[in-house]
Ligand binder design. Structure first.
Ligand code: UD1
Ligand code: MG
Length: 483
């Protein structure tokens, strides 16, 4: 086996507490662009083609394990957080074979790019290094372990902030905490002690142990130190999130998506977007959302786990979740499509229309103020303003069917479970409580009665007040009073 096709095992350290987040949630589960921080490390490991991924858990272990549970990921518990060296040792037992390169990542540095890790690994392999540490350079690296280089530039030691001398504290090159080790690391790590300022087992001590055994140790320097930014508190988390968001948006801009006021647009990295798509300010796109070509998503709309087919137009302030919108349809403004909504082609959903578990055929129009729940509606049906499908009887939900080419007059209630046949009419204001046959007209409302002169008699009794408050009506009364 050559060094270039050696298998890769990845160990992700994620047992730390993260007290400064002040949260019930373990630190590594705080989401960045829709994914728990530690899941970003897992994703990077998967993209590198890792043979095995071991996540070392401790604080909130059960929650972390539940969040990451998937084939190919193994968990190792670190019972007591006694330092990164101890965490590493807790994890190595779960590594598969003793012949792999071992990459160590942290669970709280989600900005690390798989491309960077790929370059790190290539450098390690090409130079035949036994250990490569990923470093960065900052004008002031306070807090980090510093890279101490000897004459000739060789990496000699990593010294922690607490253990550093005054001159070492001035070193700008810092340890990111990411390393590639050859397969000797587990054995060498057993020799790590805790004789230092924190009384912890430092994984950084491996560097000295490799050097002592005469093995080549090298550093690989990051171009962009933002990549190893860790989130220690919520402010750090917010900064990481805004960097991630800008990075995701930049990717879409490059691929032919127009995003106005990009800094206000939030797109999770799981979302896919086609070409000639326009995303207006304040839009949020989440989860398994897929947007085809030529779509517009209007300002301040939130789209979660939804599919928007070609040419769809979502107008401002619409909220879509678990919805499928057929090509050429338009939705909103102020529409709410809830899970189970499936719209055919060219459907029109206007303002203040809510749908849930509703299948609307091609060309259906529901222009204003409606609730369509648990219903299938055939093509070209017109749903009048104020239509309600009353799907709930207080205990159970019921399903209704409305045929194609139906005209539902405004302010009608369809009391489920109900069937309305094709090409039927429902008179405005009906409470439809019986099925309507194909082609029929249902009128289900009180009959109109006009009582002549009622208004005059009513206002006469209130004449003084009318004179003060309703001058036009006072005049009308005057003219219409019988002589
Ligand atoms: C570590 C490095 C330091 C480096 C810095 C980069 C050591 C001794 N120091 O310091 O050189 O500049 O990272 O951020 O390694 N963890 C466990 N179990 C433990 C302790 C830590 O799983 O017992 C995990 C944490 O969850 C975290 C990571 O290891 O993901 C780093 O731990 P942290 O305590 O932040 O290390 P630093 O002191 O910052
Ligand atoms: Mg740290």
């Amino acid at each position: 086996m050559t060094e270039h096709n050696r298998p890769l095992d990845v160990l992700i350290l994620a047992a730390g507490q993260g007290t400064r987040m002040k949260s019930k949630l373990p630190k590594v589960l705080h989401p960045v662009a829709g994914r728990p921080m530690v899941a970003w490390a897992v994703k990077a490991a998967q993209e590198l083609g890792a043979r095995r991924i071991v996540v070392v858990t401790g604080h909130g272990a059960q929650k972390v394990e539940a969040a990451l549970k998937q084939p190919g990921i193994v968990f190792a518990r670190q019972e007591q957080q006694r330092g990164t060296g101890d965490a590493f040792l807790s994890g190595v037992g779960a590594l598969e074979q003793p012949d792999a390169d071992i990459l160590v990542l942290y669970g709280d540095t989600p900005l690390l790019r798989p491309e960077t890790l790929h370059d790190l690994l290539a450098d390690h392999r090409e130079r035949g290094s036994a250990m490569t540490v990923l470093t960065g350079e900052l004008p002031d690296a306070t807090g980090y372990g510093r890279i101490v280089r000897g004459a000739g530039g060789n990496v000699e030691r990593i010294v922690e902030q607490k253990d550093a001398s005054e001159s070492e504290k001035k070193i700008g090159e810092f340890n990111s905490g990411v390393y590639v080790f050859n397969s000797q690391a587990p054995e060498l790590a057993r020799r790590i002690g805790n004789d230092n300022a924190s009384g912890e087992y430092y994984l950084t001590d491996l560097l000295g142990l490799y050097r002592d055994s005469g093995k080549p140790v090298r550093a690989f320097k990051l171009a962009d130190t933002d990549e190893v930014r860790g989130a220690n508190d919520r402010a750090g988390l917010a900064e990481i999130e805004s960097i991630m968001r800008a990075r995701i948006n930049a990717g879409h801009l490059k691929n032919g998506v127009s995003i106005s006021a990009s800094e206000t647009v939030y797109i999770e990295d799981s979302v896919t977007i086609g070409r000639d798509v326009t995303i207006e300010p304040g839009v949020i796109l989440r989860g398994q959302t897929r947007i085809a070509d030529d779509v517009t998503v209007g300002a301040y709309s939130v789209v979660t786990d939804s599919v928007l087919e070609t040419g769809v137009s979502v107008k401002p302030h619409s909220v879509l979740e678990g919805a499928q919108v057929g090509s050429g349809s338009d939705v909103g403004p102020f529409a709410r499509l809830r899970p189970g909504t499936v719209l055919g082609e060219g459907v029109h959903i206007g303002n203040f229309v809510e749908t849930k578990n509703a299948r609307l055929g091609a060309g259906v129009k529901a222009g204003h103020l409606a609730y369509l729940g648990d219903v299938t509606i055939g093509q070209e049906t017109n749903v009048g303003a104020g239509t309600i499908v009353a799907n709930f009887d207080g205990v159970n939900k019921h399903q209704s069917t409305v045929g194609a080419g139906v005209f539902i007059g405004s302010n009608s209630t369809i009391i489920a479970p109900r069937c309305v046949g094709d090409a039927a009419f429902i008179a405005a204001g009906s409470a439809v409580h019986a099925d309507v046959p194909e082609g029929a007209m249902a009128v289900a409302r009180g009959k109109q009665r006009n009582i002549e002169g009622w208004s005059r008699r009513y206002w006469e009794g209130l004449k003084e007040k009318v004179a003060v408050k309703l001058p036009w009506l006072a005049g009308w009364l005057e003219q219409n009073t019988p002589q």
